[in-house]
Write a protein that binds this ligand. Structure first.
Ligand SMILES: [Zn+2]
Length: 420
């Protein structure tokens, strides 16, 4: 069933790249942006209109780093281990929908469990459930006993990394996540310690390139960051320790930093609710992390919005708060908004997302006032005024699941197929 064309006019338009502009109309047809033009162009339009007066219409936000399998509890590892597989899959779908309701219309899952998140992605893609467009890394590739081994594929040697990429692609992954260093949430590993060799990661990157997919590296300490950059990864996730020469290398190569500030901010905010080994690492690394981000931004580094949603206290649906954190650590509001729209879209290989332009997906967020003057208008999802996924009003649809089915059901019903 095609959805009737809808015209959005009256307020500002942030197209995902340039400063918000007045006087434009956005025409949506069949789930896509049909036109972006001066409002007067649409004078004769007789279909439904959405008055955006007093607000800014912008692309839905994109989160380049989430874990749908994690539930933001204090001890995520134990919570995850206790979940039966079927229950976990349903919760991943719920977490995806919670993200959507928070204004996140596309997200990249950087560490799932037994590829259940791929099934969630496919169900959303097929229109069986409403949710954000997902990119999935499948199982993280880590050394034996490395960070994330509790969900990942343990690999030792370049051949094992090559096989790890193939195994993920076989199971539907559309990007790869390498664990270059220790991490915070895994006991017994040091975030500053480099784990795989450059050769191991380079083997994975080569294989990913053959499949035409991108590679993200969880990389906290600088030795692992250097190795990941030498191996040719597309993004550095977290980046706790970024000396100036590494920042310069990232800028020269166009590597993205995905800061996951919401993760560290949430950990700092709930120190007493964390396992002791996590608390100790948060106390050691939060200041270093924030300082690195600040210097990276000051130097002009490329940032994509990513929260690590699902880690302790870092709830699915609150992802937009990363915008606030990025601004607090030195980004201009416009740059933070671009990090959460066009730049994240490019990193996720979703060029028709994160932009309001003819042909782009009609994933739209309506926020009060002008978010360049008040980042909270976009960063605080409680202030959002409207949200559309593929042209469908998300808030109305999720209140009325039958409407979702009507709008998204691409496949014919049994009755239709039988010619009744
Ligand atoms: Zn993560």
């Amino acid at each position: 069933m095609s959805v009737p064309s809808t015209l959005f006019t009256g307020g500002l338009v942030f197209d995902g790249e340039h400063s918000p502009r007045p006087g434009l109309g956005v025409l949506v047809a069949d789930g896509r942006i049909a036109a972006l033009a001066p409002a007067a162009t649409f004078d004769g339009f007789a279909g439904p209109r959405v008055d955006t007066g007093g607000c800014t219409l912008m692309p839905g936000l994109i989160d380049a780093h989430v874990h749908l399998a994690m539930e933001a509890t204090g001890d995520v590892v134990t919570t995850l281990r206790q979940r039966p597989a079927a229950d976990l899959t349903l919760r991943m779908l719920e977490n995806a929908q919670a993200s959507l309701c928070g204004g996140i219309t596309a997200a990249r899952d950087l560490g799932g469990v037994e590829w259940a998140e791929v099934a969630v992605r496919n169900a959303i893609r097929a229109g069986r459930h409403l949710g954000p467009d997902l990119r999935c890394a499948g199982k993280v590739l880590t050394i034996t006993g490395g960070h994330g081994a509790w969900i990942g594929q343990e690999c030792d040697g370049p051949e094992a990394y090559t096989r790890g990429v193939r195994l993920n692609v076989k199971n539907g992954a559309d990007c790869i996540k390498l664990i270059a260093t220790g991490g915070v949430l895994t006991g017994g590993v040091d975030p500053l310690a480099p784990h795989p060799s450059t050769e191991e990661m380079a083997a994975a990157v080569r294989m990913a390139r053959d499949f035409g997919i991108r590679v993200a590296a969880h990389a906290q300490g600088v030795r692992g960051i250097r190795r990941a950059l030498d191996a040719g990864v597309d993004s550095i996730e977290h980046g706790f320790e970024l000396p100036d020469d590494v920042i310069a290398t990232m800028i020269e190569r166009g590597t993205c930093l995905v800061g996951t500030l919401a993760s560290m901010m949430s950990l700092v905010a709930m120190l007493d609710g964390l396992p002791a080994y996590v608390r100790e690492k948060v106390e050691r690394f939060s200041a270093l992390h924030f300082d690195s981000f600040r210097r990276y931004v000051k130097a002009g580094g490329r940032v994509a919005l990513g929260t690590d949603a699902g880690t302790p206290g870092n709830h699915h649906g609150a992802n937009a708060v990363e915008l606030r954190h990025m601004v607090d650590l030195g980004m201009t509001p416009l740059d933070a908004l671009r990090a959460g729209t066009c730049i994240a879209a490019d990193l996720l290989d979703l060029p028709d997302h994160g932009r309001i332009a003819p042909g782009a997906a009609a994933d739209l967020l309506l926020v009060p006032g002008n978010p360049v003057e008040d980042i909270g208008a976009a960063a605080d999802c409680r202030r959002h005024r409207g949200l559309w996924k593929g042209g469908v009003d998300v808030h109305a649809a999720l209140r009325h699941p039958s409407a979702v089915r009507r709008q998204f059901a691409a496949a014919p019903t049994l009755a239709a197929a039988a010619g009744f």
